[in-house]
Ligand binder design. Structure first.
Ligand SMILES: Nc1ccn([C@@H]2O[C@H](COP(=O)(O)OP(=O)(O)OP(=O)(O)O)[C@@H](O)[C@H]2O)c(=O)n1
Ligand SMILES: O=C(CO)[C@H](O)[C@H](O)COP(=O)(O)O
Length: 418
């Protein structure tokens, strides 16, 4: 890719993005503005930045935050290793924040470094974390052709207007209208000139960038059908929905690790059979060694769930080895990784007893590795001769699925029994 260019073909020379994140999140409530609320331990804004930075043809990402959150944003960028991101100071309304972000490319009162002016600029709310490359590409290409473009969705409810007496005045024909969503994209000069001509009323009460391009630059935006997950986190329930979507995406794949012992391999196989209808399963049979390439590939494939089966009680050493390998793999632990240590207790060992000291050791270990964003749980498969092994393994599989779907940090270090 040419420096400052983009790999969308010769059509668009350079693309940048401005993410307004300077609001206070009144409708959501609470002391923390919604863009900084933790979702699975990571601030919401970090997911949106990640969604942008994984698009290689976006050269610069400007995150606009209120003055009191500049340091918070900088520490988020550092902690999560975000690239190509510049922080700008927000204004008292969304439009003022966006305008401040755009100024970094043209007139820069906040820092000495003036960024390269892009041909097309994307504007995307920092509280819409699930934006995909496909829709970004569509709005950018449409902006190149029409000057402005924005994602739309069908209306969920009919829009009605009330009269002064609080009674219905008129109602709009729902099929003719659309909800305006984000992302939107503009030829930089179009949106910048529009903002320069805005009145204070526009800047303080306006909610629609596409409208500014039409009003001040006579640019009719192209409207592009978006997907349902472009919705904006606005109310508390939206945070719960975002959390569920993220948990769901982290629960798509699991890696089962066994050593070469026959009984362990057998349980690994049965577990694989039991889980594979619900989740993609990778099975690795190794004596945990630091140079196992299959396991290394699984780490870099961004698998966030591991089951390590052994016939040693608790097997803290094996789990520690896995933790070391995860850390050494240089995969940034952006989301909590689930590590389930499955202990297989066969029927001959009827005198198996739960040792309080071991349990305490396991809990201490789990608390330590939680700091590395790894959640460790213990699971005992108690195989009795009078029950088919597959039945016990099925109940272990159900517990494993519950642990990885819930990803509950409060349950770390606990020993479950299948
Ligand atoms: N002065 C402002 C106000 C809003 N925004 C950003 O614009 C996006 C969409 O706005 P909205 O959902 O209205 O956010 P808030 O203003 O924070 O929410 P509320 O209206 O409930 O207070 C958010 O990412 C928000 O941080 C901004 O950059 N600067
Ligand atoms: O969808 C949008 C633009 O079309 C904006 O996200 C929306 O208008 C923001 O408005 P508000 O800050 O009032 O939620």
């Amino acid at each position: 890719m040419e420096p400052g260019g983009c790999d969308m073909g010769p059509a668009v020379k350079a693309v940048a993005a401005v993410l307004p994140a300077g609001g206070s999140g009144e409708r959501l409530g609470g002391a923390t503005p919604k863009q900084f609320c933790a979702v699975q331990g990571r601030p919401l804004v970090s997911y949106t930045v990640r969604a942008m930075e994984r698009v290689s043809w976006i050269s610069d990402i400007i995150v606009v935050v209120s003055p009191e959150n500049i340091e918070t944003m900088k520490s988020i960028i550092k902690k999560y290793g975000h690239q190509r991101v510049t922080v700008a100071e927000g204004g008292i309304t969304r439009h003022r924040s966006i305008f401040n972000g755009l100024k970094l490319f043209s007139e820069n009162e906040f820092s000495n470094c003036l960024l390269q002016k892009p041909e097309v600029v994307i504007i995307h709310d920092a509280v819409r974390p699930f934006v995909e490359e496909d829709i970004l590409r569509k709005v950018v290409m449409a902006a190149k052709e029409y000057g402005a473009a924005g994602a739309i969705r069908p209306l969920v409810s009919t829009v009605i207007a009330s009269a002064a007496d609080g009674c219905l005045d008129h109602s709009l024909e729902r099929a003719r209208y659309r909800a305006s969503e984000m992302p939107q994209a503009f030829l930089f000069d179009v949106i910048y000139q529009a903002y320069q001509q805005c009145t204070d009323y526009d800047l303080d009460y306006g909610t629609e960038c596409l409208h500014l391009a039409l009003k001040y630059c006579k640019t009719n935006a192209k409207l592009v059908e978006g997907t349902a997950d472009l919705w904006k986190v606005t109310y508390k329930r939206d945070l719960y929905a975002a959390e569920s979507i993220i948990k769901d995406s982290l629960s798509q794949q699991i890696c089962i690790i066994t050593d070469a012992k026959e009984a362990v391999v057998q349980v690994g196989f049965l577990l694989h059979e039991s889980l594979r209808s619900q989740i993609k399963v990778e099975a690795v049979s190794v004596s945990l060694s630091k140079c196992d390439s299959h396991l290394q590939n699984t780490f870099s494939g961004q698998c966030y769930n591991f089951v390590c089966i052994n016939d040693n009680k608790y097997a803290i050493e094996e789990i520690q080895q896995l933790v070391d390998m995860l850390e050494e793999s240089n995969v940034p632990l952006l989301h909590p990784v689930i590590l389930i240590s499955v202990h297989l207790n066969s029927s001959e060992n009827t005198s198996f007893s739960i040792d309080l000291e071991e349990l305490t050791r396991m809990k201490k270990f789990a608390r330590e590795v939680k700091r590395k964003n790894i959640l460790v749980y213990g699971l005992l498969i108690q195989h009795k001769d009078n029950l088919p092994l597959q039945e016990t393994v099925n109940s272990a599989a159900a517990l494993i699925m519950a642990l990885i779907k819930d990803r509950n940090p409060e349950l770390i270090g606990q020993l479950l029994v299948a």
